[in-house]
Design a protein around this ligand. Structure first.
Ligand SMILES: [Ca+2]
Ligand SMILES: [Ca+2]
Length: 226
């Protein structure tokens, strides 16, 4: 009986392999909007922008990591200039990306990115709010929000996503950009290294589950005969 319980415990542990990883990672290397994550248990789609923005990539001179980054001047990137999240939502001023976990389940942990927003919101979108299609893209349903200080350098932003647990299938995330208050100048808003992190619990394929079960039974029978 004790062996049976040990076997069942071992089998249950094998069925629920977990790993914490970058599930979607956008560094815009070579101007690409594809994810460069290496997690094989989930699939991250290519990053895109809402109709209010232009998918503009910067040159190395304006980058965080020496390669391209997303965004640029108000004229190039195209975010709205009245400073409100409500307007950003109605104008579709957002960055979008999706994660497909299939039948596996994800406990999201955090979203981090590098942000530079020159001018402290006077002429750039220094504020942001993150939404997902789980809670919807309406005012008040944001998961987390924050702002860049306005200093002329990149700052690491870290957003808590631990409210999103036990997620299966495809989830869309959007980062809405706002904060520009309509100043006459034309400062830069630049995003780089957008990194979605979480813990994935892998559901084994039915065939491998059956094989594992058969293996456990065979092992158990052999031990009983010995
Ligand atoms: Ca980059
Ligand atoms: Ca992946």
């Amino acid at each position: 009986m004790k062996k049976t319980i040990q076997l069942i415990t071992a089998f249950a542990l094998m069925s629920a392999a977990q790993s914490h990883a970058s599930l979607a990672l956008y560094d815009f290397a070579s101007g690409s909007f594809d994810s460069v994550d290496t997690d094989t248990d989930t699939t991250a789609g290519a990053l895109s922008v809402g109709s209010g923005l232009t998918p503009f990539t910067n040159d190395a001179a304006n980058s965080f990591d020496g390669g391209p980054s997303l965004g640029g001047s108000l004229a190039n990137f195209g975010f709205s200039t009245n400073g409100s999240l409500a307007t950003a939502i109605s104008n579709n001023d957002y960055i979008s990306f999706s994660l497909d976990a299939g039948a596996n389940t994800v406990d999201f942990t955090q979203l981090t990115f590098q942000l530079r927003a020159n001018g402290g919101g006077a002429n750039s979108a220094n504020e942001y709010a993150v939404f997902s299609d789980i809670g919807g893209f309406t005012l008040g349903s944001d998961i987390a929000s924050g702002a860049h200080s306005g200093a002329a350098d990149f700052e690491l932003q870290t957003l808590d996503l631990t409210s999103l647990t036990n997620v299966t299938g495809e989830t869309e995330f959007r980062i809405y950009l706002f904060g520009a208050n309509g100043g006459g100048a034309n400062s830069a808003t630049i995003y780089d290294n957008i990194d979605l992190q979480g813990t994935v619990t892998v559901v084994p394929e039915p065939t491998s589950t059956a094989l594992l079960g058969l293996g456990a039974c065979a092992l158990f029978l052999r031990r009983r005969r010995a």
